[in-house]
Design a protein around this ligand. Structure first.
Ligand SMILES: Cc1ncc(COP(=O)(O)O)c(C=O)c1O
Length: 366
C-alpha cells in the first residue's frame, strides 16, 4: 500500500453543517430550517435568475479562467485595480492556494483558537507548523499573535468577523499590528461576512492593501450574496501576491455559471442592503430574548451568533434537530456548552426561539 504523507494522515476531514436533505431523510420531516452554515435565508438577488445564469449554448465550452468581466466588475465595486483580484472556487479554494504558495515544512502559520477550521487544515496539509493563539473573550488577541511571530512565520490568519464568535478586530488595532510586524509575514484577513458588518470601527482592508503589500483580503459570494451553491469568492491583494496565487490556480477554477451569477448579484446592492438590515433586526430579535433568559453570547457583527447555553451543545443541537431546526453544536467549534445559530428570517428566528425555549423549560432554566 502506498503510504500518504504523515501530515495528511493527521488531517481531520472537514465537518460541514448538517445538510437539509439528510435531516429530512433521517427524521422523516418535510419542513426543516437550516440555521447551521451561515447561508442567506433570503436567497439571492432576483437579478441572478431574471438575467439568466450564462447561456445554455455555451455549456460545452470552458469558461474564461481568469474571469475578466467579473474581475472588472468587482474591481469597480470595491474601488481597486483588477490586477489586485483573484477569483476562487469559493474562498475555501483561495485559503488552500495561499497555503500551497506560502507554507511548507519548517515554516509556520499563526491562527486564533478558535476560528474557521480550514486555516488549520490547509496549514497541516503542507506540513507547516500550526501556532494557535487563544481568543481573548471571543476576540483575536493580536498582541499575543504578534509575540508568537518568528523568522519562520509565513501567514497570520485573521478571521474578521471571526467564525464562530462573530467578533471583529477594529481598524486601530489592525493598523498598529501591521505597523509592528515584520514584512516577511502575510496577513490574511478573511472577510467572508464583511457585508454584514455595521460597526463603524471595522477596518477598510481594501484601502489598507493599497499601501501594504503584506495584507490580503478574502471575500465571498456565498454569504450575503446567497450564492453558496455556485462556489465563488475572491481575494484582493498586491499584484505580486495575485501573480503567485495564479501559478497554483486550476485553469478553469470558477465555472461560467458562477461567474455570471456573481456578476448579476453584484449589480443588485439594494438586495445586499436589505439582507444586512434584516440580519441586524433578526440579531436583535434573538439577542433581546436571550437577555430575558439571562443567557450570554458574543456580540456578533456577522449573520450568526454563538450562544452560551449552559448545557452540552450536542444536547441542545439534538433537541432542536428533532424540532426540525438545524444549528451548529459548539462542541465541534471549541465551545462545548454553546450553539452557533445562523440568523434567519423573522419567522425562522421565532421558530428557533420557541424550540429553544422548550429545551430550556425542560431543563428548568426558564
Ligand atoms: C470565515 C469563513 N471563511 C470562508 C468560508 C468559506 O466561504 P466560501 O463558500 O466562499 O468557500 C466560510 C464559510 O462558512 C467562513 O465562515
Amino acid at each position: 500500500m502506498v503510504s500518504p504523507n504523515e501530515w495528511i494522515k493527521d488531517t481531520a476531514i472537514y465537518q460541514p453543517g448538517k445538510p437539509l436533505e439528510e435531516v429530512k431523510r433521517e427524521l422523516g420531516l418535510t419542513e426543516v430550517i437550516k440555521m447551521a452554515s451561515n447561508e442567506n435565508p433570503w436567497g439571492c438577488s432576483k437579478e441572478v435568475w431574471s438575467k439568466g445564469v450564462s447561456h445554455p449554448e455555451d455549456t460545452p465550452f470552458y469558461p474564461e479562467g481568469a474571469a475578466p468581466d467579473l474581475t472588472e466588475k468587482i474591481a469597480e465595486h470595491i474601488e481597486t485595480d483588477p490586477s489586485r483580484i483573484l477569483l476562487g472556487n469559493g474562498t475555501d479554494e483561495i485559503v488552500k492556494m495561499l497555503a500551497q504558495v506560502y507554507l511548507k515544512p519548517g515554516k509556520n502559520a499563526i491562527m486564533a483558537d478558535f476560528t474557521f477550521p480550514r486555516y488549520e487544515m490547509v496549514t497541516k496539509m503542507t506540513g507547516a507548523d500550526i501556532v494557535k493563539v487563544p481568543l481573548s473573550d471571543g476576540c483575536h488577541d493580536l498582541k499575543e499573535m504578534e509575540n508568537r511571530i518568528n523568522a519562520d512565520t509565513q501567514i497570520v490568519w485573521i478571521c474578521n468577523p471571526n467564525n464562530p464568535t462573530g467578533t471583529i478586530v477594529d481598524r486601530v488595532t489592525i493598523e498598529s499590528f501591521l505597523e509592528r510586524i515584520p514584512p516577511h509575514v502575510l496577513v490574511v484577513m478573511d472577510e467572508a461576512y464583511q457585508e454584514y458588518v455595521t460597526h463603524p470601527d471595522y477596518p477598510d482592508t481594501i484601502a489598507l492593501i493599497d499601501y501594504n503589500p503584506q495584507v490580503i483580503a478574502l471575500r465571498t459570494f456565498s454569504k450575503i450574496y446567497g450564492l453558496a451553491s455556485f462556489r465563488i469568492g475572491y481575494a484582493v491583494a498586491h499584484p505580486s501576491v495575485i501573480q503567485m496565487l495564479n501559478r497554483v490556480r486550476d485553469p478553469f477554477n470558477t465555472n461560467r455559471y458562477a461567474q455570471s451569477a456573481a456578476l448579476h448579484a453584484l449589480t443588485d446592492q439594494t438586495f445586499v442592503l436589505y439582507c444586512r438590515n434584516q440580519n441586524r433586526l433578526g440579531m436583535k430579535q434573538i439577542t433581546s430574548q436571550l437577555e430575558k433568559w439571562d443567557l450570554s453570547y458574543y456580540p456578533s457583527q456577522a449573520n450568526f451568533i454563538l450562544i452560551h447555553t449552559g448545557f452540552a451543545g450536542d444536547d441542545v443541537f439534538n433537541h432542536l434537530l428533532r424540532a426540525g431546526i438545524i444549528v451548529r453544536s459548539g462542541q465541534v467549534l471549541g465551545y462545548p456548552t454553546s450553539i452557533r445559530v445562523t440568523i434567519g428570517t423573522k419567522e425562522q428566528n421565532e421558530l428557533f426561539l420557541q424550540a429553544f425555549a422548550a429545551f430550556l423549560k425542560e431543563k428548568g432554566k426558564i
